[in-house]
Design a protein around this ligand. Sequence first.
Ligand code: GLN
Length: 381
Amino acid sequence: MFIHSKLPNVGTTIFTEMSVLAQQYNAINLGQGFPDFGMNSQLISLVDKAMSNGNNQYVHMNGLPALREQLAEKVKKLYNNSINANDEITVTPGGTYAIYTAFTTLLNKGDEVIIFEPAYDSYSPNIEINGGIVIPVSLQYPAYSIDWDLVKQKISSKTKAIIINSPHNPTGALLSENDMRELSKLVEGTGIFIISDEVYEHLVFDDKKHISVLQFPELYKRSFVCFSFGKTYHCTGWKMGYCIAPPGLMKEFRKVHQFNCFTCNSPMQFALAEFLDQEKEYSELGKFIGSKRDYFSEAMKATPFKPLPSSGSYFQLYSYDGLSNETEKEFAVRLIKDYRVATIPVSAFYKDKQENKVLRFCFAKKEETLAEAAKRLLHVQ
Ligand code: GLN
């Protein structure tokens, strides 16, 4: 039997590849982005309660209404946008699914999508499987900022969408208000859509603020904004997220969603609906995760690695310039095998595998995990 592959150039995701190697070599896994500490036990009890109360059947395909109501309130409070819970929010099995569904909703054969590289590894295959063409624009190393003139040059009559991501995976860079204004200017009067990956919205450090496309009416009217409960509540394995978009866009999104996943698991939605008004859970998250970034960078000072700035997300890049001439992938594999620490080569986030001698470290870990990892990296050569 032969399958004419829809993704002939795609292998296994770098996260799985590195996690499998990490397990094989009993390495500390600072590669794939997930916390190694527990989640809130009250939220677990609420799932238990929902199940015991018999909330185990399908909820509405767009998501439990009570949860959507809570989300609409949160969006009003944080981003001053009065979205309608009925026709502007859909609960999804994770942020990645929300992004995929947005691309499937939008793209026809030959449509171009601008992505910023390094880019989260699902974007390109998501675009290509839907017949789209990826137009990469490099972020400016080492600040990983956007050169808007460069973006302007890449826009053509075929540009269907631009995908942005802030806080940014893998670099931890943030988009500023000025970036949003530049983006607004660029798309004003065009039919270009925006997909905004904001799954790390609450993981912002040093008293900086997350800027959402939801705050800019000119942008929101053309946007699918994707979020993740997993990142906010330390439960990436729940695979729960949601998408927010204006009614006309969301109507089409739901046509795709209803014949794919249809609806997400119910008990978690009941639990989240009850838990969502606990504001501290997300308002203090930046401080909590930011202190882990600081703890890790302090411990890493004694190693030969040099940090690049990280203002948000689970991640910080470290440079090994001057330490080795290996490619990022080769070096990352050797770190697992010889030093038993797993990371992610940033080259995996580029279509043409750009090499800057930087690795991505996930610091959303217990302090003892971070201390032990740094210790193992003390004498890397
Ligand atoms: N978002 C996670 C990361 O960047 C990985 C999720 C996955 O493995 N697909 O590490």
